[in-house]
Ligand binder design. Sequence first.
Ligand SMILES: [Zn+2]
Length: 306
Amino acid sequence: MKNKYSIIIIPPEHEKAPNQIQFSIKAKKIILISSAVFGVFFSGMFVHDVYQHYYIKSYQQKISYVDQLEKEIQDKNLEIARLNDKTAEINDNLLAIDSMEKKIAGILKINPETESSPTPSNSGPEAGPGNISLQSFSKAGTLDQASNLVENSKKKIEQYYDTTIQQQDRVNHTPSILPVNGPISSPFGYRRNPFGRWTSEFHTGVDIACAVGTPVMAVADGTVTFAGWDGYWGRKVQVNHSFGIVTFYAHNSKLIVSPGDEVKKGQVVAYSGNSGRSTGSHLHYSAYVNGQLVDPLMFTTYSKEQ
Ligand SMILES: [Zn+2]
């Protein structure tokens, strides 16, 4: 028994004899080393499993992040495609605006002085939801064109506005109404002389029948150049409307403007009467264009034809 270890196994029932296993010191060493080797091996396996568990877990997080990124890219591409469609729509509308601008320029009789506008193009890689690519960013060129077109349109519209204001001013300074409402009792041109039975005279305007005291209106915007007594015309108001047009209203009973006054179309400047060389209550209305007498009804007739 020397230099040997013994393990005695006692069975539960004491009737049977206990088993005795003997092994030497060398065997003990082998058992211990084997136990240590197995211990290290299983510990290694355990550490490996734990590492693998955490590695897989972190990798799954990365996969999930990549999935999220892919979805975001897909969403962005859809947004880019939508913006491209919108850009094409804006370009179409700008073309329509350009066409309308040309028509307005024709009506206003002006030639817009703007640099040649780039023609919008819908060509290039199509980028619908079914054909999405980051190359869609090349559409930015189309956006630049749209931006230039908008800038040009703005300049043209500003020009149209100025022209319209000028033309509106011209319209306001052009006679388009009669100074009083009433029947024409004597037209423009040669007529029998109301003061001489068998002679004729050139009537320099139109006579409009109206009661004494009827408000007399300026037929267009302008400046009063005469307001006073005239031996022939009685109480007379004369208005210079610019653009070569001058009108006057005679035989009034009362004047309510003075020379230098600015008057507007329709503004009352006098009250009608029978002053001066007149045979009865009426308003005499005369008009000049570039210093030449004209039939004042040409303005209202002209106006009615518009
Ligand atoms: Zn007259």
